[in-house]
Design a protein around this ligand. Structure first.
Ligand SMILES: *Cc1c(COP(=O)(O)O)cnc(C)c1O
Length: 617
């Protein structure tokens, strides 16, 4: 396939920054509306009309109609001031142009207003939801036949879904052990019990003829958590301190919220220090697991992040899972691994195609290992090009999906399909996101030949942009590694200290905010979490680390239109000039683009230089 074919197919997925595909989108929207109008009209053809013609031309009717028209016109006027996220000039946060399949899927479902909480109010879309979940499960490497999941309002709630289920599992195991200690006088090792695994759980149930209903009394969830905790303390002769959640140092806010909402207390939140590349340090994780074991604190879950919110880095999911597998094999400890792939999960659509060569081997291995984790968070409303609000929670199997009922997951299987509401934190759930993902999957496919091409292109666009900017302006300091399609950099001259670099970077960010031309975002990496990464970055500049955090400008390259040679040719020099201008004002010096009188690199030259693998696919 030629590059041109690839670009043409991608351009058939978006409206275009200047509404290039307006006529086409209009006709598809019209077709959807026509079908909807006709469906309503013809469904019960013998029913009377409720709004007769003479009423529709009456004065009060026309007055009300006029009033609404005025307000709609006001609303559309107001909305012209909304943040323009569709344009390639918007490279700020994790949002951009939405895709046509997603928009049309969302719009179609919206008209029918289904509630996916129950099949009684969503006969069709709850089936579409299951199919869309299957498509996402296949993308991340789960066996679609065994995987379960549902759509949520976003990544935050999907992460809570994981905590809820991990707690359900841990609580079953712990309360059985406590029951056996209380009622059968068996010795109690809290850490071992909390990670016993379902196999051991059912062995114990059978061995001691346990009536599962009776273990409920010892549950920290289904009974009184304070009473159960004091019983645990009494048996082990040391105060039970509750479980810990191990989260990488880049800790998205949602994890702190989760620990707080589920009542574990913020000291249950253990941070896994990051290595020199800003990823989970697996050796330190092993030490933390040992510490938790020594302190008798169950590990509720180990979290890996695939695509951090700051810089898009991908944790070594494979090596974290290797570590947990090894503990399971040698110590019989079954520890839950959740991957927060809210942003980065969609990079898995590259795997198996030539586009995967754009990813560093470690990142590729991490994404290829997603399917080994118990559960995964995805955010279709980020890199899935789907309208808000649409997150997704996926579990590897029915066991990991089980929650809520106190009965054993094996016994509950029959209920899973029927009463979805019992298995989701949210009650009423829109079908719009699920339908948007479904149509994307049908029209494009979450594989290298479809969706993967868009994703591959965004990585190339990002690297080209980063390369051009750094070769044009020497004070642009790229944060390494640039794993995906998020480019972070700060502004510093040789020998400049972190505090001064922060001041300049922050001041330039303020200038971007005040200027209408481009939207970038700002992030800051704390020294507490990113000590090694910051040290490595500042070593490249030769400046002292004299601040508690590193301020970065952040460009998220989700926008597909940077693949256009014309867009790049016009906007790239504009961005270089804008940044140079802002920096000049902030630093008091003058930095013109291409100060050596040379031209900016052309797109085609850079493509060759940037691609870490085959440029054509
Ligand atoms: C965005 C994000 C979340 C939260 O998702 P929302 O959709 O904003 O609720 C969680 N984790 C990571 C890594 C994210 O990037």
């Amino acid at each position: 396939m030629t590059d041109i074919d690839h670009l043409s197919r991608m351009n058939a997925c978006f409206l275009g920054p200047r509404s290039e595909n307006e006529a086409w989108l209009r006709s598809e929207m019209q077709a959807i509306l026509d079908s909807w109008f006709g469906w309503r009209r013809d469904l019960f053809p013998d029913d009377p009309e409720a709004i007769p013609y003479d009423e529709r031309v009456s004065v009060p009717f026309l007055q009300q109609r006029e009033k609404l028209a005025r307000q709609i016109s006001r609303l559309t006027d107001i909305l012209r001031d909304e943040v323009p996220k569709h344009t390639p000039r918007y490279i700020g946060h994790m949002v951009s142009e939405i895709s046509m399949p997603a928009l049309l899927g969302h719009f179609s479902a919206l008209l029918h207003n289904p509630n996916n909480t129950s099949k009684e109010v969503s006969k069709v879309t709850s089936v579409l939801e299951a199919e869309a979940i299957t498509a996402l499960a296949a993308m991340v490497g789960y066996d679609p036949a065994g995987a379960s999941g549902h759509f949520t309002s976003g990544g935050t709630v999907a992460n809570f879904e994981a905590i809820w289920r991990a707690r359900f599992r841990l609580d079953h195991w712990l309360s059985l052990a406590l029951y056996l200690a209380e009622e059968h006088g068996l010795p109690l090792d809290v850490f071992r019990a909390a990670h016993m695994g379902w196999k051991r759980y059912f062995e114990l149930i059978a061995m001691h003829g346990v009536d599962e209903g009776k273990t409920r009394h010892y549950s920290l969830v289904a009974s009184n958590p304070f009473e159960a905790a004091s019983l645990l303390s009494a048996h082990t002769r040391s105060p039970y301190k509750g479980p810990v959640v191990l989260v990488p140092g880049n800790k998205h806010f949602s994890w702190l919220k989760g620990v707080s909402i589920f009542g574990f207390g913020e000291r249950a939140f253990w941070t896994i220090p990051l290595d020199g590349e800003g990823r989970t340090d697996v050796a330190v994780l092993a030490d933390l697991l040992d510490r938790a074991e020594k302190e008798g604190r169950p590990v509720l879950m180990v979290v890996s992040v695939a695509g951090t919110t700051e810089a898009g880095e991908v944790d070594p999911v494979d090596r974290v899972q290797d570590l947990l597998d090894e503990r399971k094999a040698t110590r019989g400890q079954d520890i839950w691994h959740h991957v927060d792939a809210a942003y980065g999960g969609f990079f898995a659509s590259l795997l198996g195609g030539v586009g995967e060569n754009l990813l560093a081997p470690g990142v590729r291995a991490a994404l290829a290992a997603l399917g080994r984790a118990q559960s995964i968070t995805l955010d279709p409303h980020k890199l899935g090009y789907v309208p808000y609000s649409c997150g997704a929670f996926l579990a590897r199997d029915r066991e990991a999906y089980s929650v809520s009922s106190f009965h054993a997951p094996y016994l509950d299987r029959a209920d899973l399909g029927a009463s979805v509401w019992a298995y989701t934190l949210e009650g009423s759930r829109s079908a719009a996101g699920a339908t948007a993902v479904w149509l994307t999957s049908e029209a494009l496919g979450f594989d290298p030949a479809g969706f993967g091409q868009i994703i591959a292109s965004t990585i190339e666009n990002c690297r080209l942009f980063a390369k051009t900017l750094t070769t044009s302006l020497p004070f642009v300091r790229t944060l390494q590694p640039l794993d995906t399609n998020i480019f972070c950099f700060n502004l510093a001259e040789p020998g400049m200290s972190l505090a001064e670099a922060n001041r300049r970077t922050e001041a330039v960010f303020r200038k971007f905010v005040a200027s209408p031309h481009f939207s970038v975002s700002r992030t800051s990496l704390s020294r507490e979490s990113y000590e090694q990464l910051i040290a490595a970055h500042m070593a490249g500049i030769g400046g002292a680390v004299d601040a508690d955090a590193m301020v970065l400008l952040r460009c998220v390259f989700m926008n597909p239109f940077w693949a256009s040679a014309d867009v790049h040719a016009q906007l790239m020099p504009e961005f270089v000039a804008e940044l140079a201008g802002h920096y000049g004002e902030v630093s008091g010096a003058s930095f013109g683009p291409a100060a050596d009188g040379g031209e900016l690199p052309r797109r085609v030259d850079i493509d060759e230089a940037v691609a870490t693998g085959p440029a054509h696919f």
